[in-house]
Ligand binder design. Structure first.
Ligand code: FES
Length: 491
């Protein structure tokens, strides 16, 4: 029986990004059947894939872990023993079923053989000739079937991957992600770049409730929120307290815009405070484990530090790490925090954050490639968007242009270069303006370097006075207004 495989799993199996497979599908090199690929087609397209060859897969995974600077994983990377046992049991059941089918097929073949022998020994000449032709065809076909097992290595590798990671598909969006290690469905979904609905992350609020449509889940944490018997009967679970044993399909709420995110107020603790240079302060703050921040990449928060007026700051980290929030705060002359941040905040000090706010967010429904233009500390929210785009793994190409004005420098240039080194579809250009107001001098070369610039989605974060000229320039060069997203540097 032809074996079908989802696009996400196929990408992992042969060690390429989903976008690469999508491109080959668009170009007619790979066929799809209701969104899935034939395993035999995949092997034909990637003949070098072998069961022993896990290097491509490992490479892609380490790239995403290291280059994207994702959250720190727990030491134990594999699923827990109970989940592993349940997955192996599920595969065992499939194997038993396949064996039973194979036995049935063998029985049918044997009786066909017997029947042919009976007919061929009959006296009627014409009938004998007809059936001997049919018999020859049948034996030839049988022989060819016995030799076509080229994809057995791939099937075995796919089975191995299914033991190590279950795939989750969310309805109605169709978003997919994998659950690895001991992650809950919610943790894996956030890591995969999804804006799943949730609140406390620890089984109290019920906001992460969703319905299991198919597949098997397993509770991995106790929860105080009580599902009714009717809800349990309908297959409702809490994503923060369950993991997937087999591949599952869930019906779950996701945020589609800032209007879907409830405002929150959380007291966070300073984890790291560092003056990167004369122009930018790096702040990392940690939320309580039981009260994390739900936000969309690119949004900003109001930060209230004791003794100082509240200030708006863009979040520079990815929603996939909702406990560790980063900010790249521009230094402003005369501002007490800018001048002596260490006098205002010590490691472990409290900050009250409120929000999130803002619509400088990724258009996840867009099939277009992405171009980011950051100026100075505008790199902060751009970094958040890029990490989110990488977690989603949907953009075919990502271009980053980082312009610094005199006195500033590319303070996270190494990170950008590591993205470019690790990911084939990421392109980084560092630019320096000759004076503060001369950012626009680089726009012509940015446009010239982009193939089909008008077909890209542009995201730019820079000082407010420079946004107008950037917008006019891009519009004049054919970029439609709905493909532009502009944000001033917050402070
Ligand atoms: S997030 Fe609150 S119960 Fe799951």
């Amino acid at each position: 029986m032809p074996r079908l495989i989802t696009l996400s799993r196929a990408a992992r199996l042969v060690g390429v990004k989903r976008g690469v497979l999508q491109k080959r599908i668009q170009q007619g090199e790979l066929r799809t059947f209701e969104g899935e690929l034939l395993l035999s087609d995949l092997l034909h397209a990637y003949p070098q894939t072998e069961i022993e060859d896990t290097t491509m897969l490992e490479r892609v995974e380490s790239i995403m872990e290291n280059a994207v600077n994702k959250i720190i994983r727990p030491d134990e990377e594999g699923p827990d023993t109970n989940t592993l046992a349940a997955r192996i049991l599920s595969l065992g059941q499939e194997l038993a079923q396949a064996r039973a089918e194979a036995r049935r097929s063998t029985d049918i073949i044997d009786s066909l053989k017997n029947r042919f022998e009976e007919i061929s020994s009959s006296d009627e000449k014409t009938q004998q000739q007809a059936f001997s032709t049919l018999r020859d065809w049948f034996y030839r076909t049988l022989e060819s079937l016995q030799t076509v097992d080229d994809d057995s290595g791939l099937v075995a590798k796919e089975a191995f991957l299914r033991v190590m990671a279950a795939q989750v598909r969310i309805l109605p969006s169709g978003h997919e992600f994998f659950i690895e290690g001991t992650d809950s469905i919610l943790e894996a979904g956030l890591r995969g770049g999804l804006a799943l609905n949730y609140g406390c992350s620890n089984g109290n609020c019920g906001l992460c409730k969703c319905k299991v449509i198919s597949g098997q889940v397993k509770q991995i944490a106790t929860h105080d929120y009580a599902l009714t018997e009717a809800e349990k009967g309908l297959g409702y679970i809490l994503t923060c307290a369950n993991t997937a044993v087999t591949d599952v399909v869930l019906e779950a709420d996701e945020a589609h815009g800032s209007y879907d995110i409830t405002p929150q107020e959380i007291e966070v603790k300073v984890k790291k405070l560092e003056r990167i240079d004369d122009r930018v302060i790096f702040l990392q703050a940690r939320t309580p484990r039981t009260k994390r921040l739900r936000f969309l990449a690119g949004q900003y928060l109001s930060l209230k530090i004791d003794g100082l007026p509240a200030q708006d700051c863009s979040i520079a980290s990815c929603p996939c790490d909702d406990m560790n929030l980063q900010f790249h705060i521009p230094v402003v002359a005369g501002d007490p925090f800018s001048e002596k941040p260490e006098d205002c905040l010590e490691p472990g000090a409290s900050i009250t954050i409120s929000g999130p706010s803002g619509d400088f967010i990724l258009n996840e429904d867009s099939p277009r490639s992405l171009a980011f233009i950051a100026c100075d500390a505008g790199f902060g929210p751009i970094k958040s968007l890029i990490e989110h785009a990488m977690a989603l793994d949907i953009a075919e190409d990502i271009h980053l242009f980082w312009i610094v004005t005199p006195g500033n420098h590319h303070y996270r240039g190494n990170l950008c270069r590591s993205w470019a080194d690790a990911l084939d579809n990421f392109h980084y250009t560092a630019l320096s303006a000759t004076e503060d107001a001369a950012v626009a001098e680089h726009l012509p070369e940015i446009i010239a370097s982009l193939p089909r610039a008008a077909s890209l989605d542009f995201y730019a974060c820079m000082p407010a006075p420079l946004l107008g000229q950037t917008e006019s320039f891009l519009l004049d060069h054919g970029v439609p207004a709905q493909q532009l997203s502009l944000e001033p540097i917050r402070k």
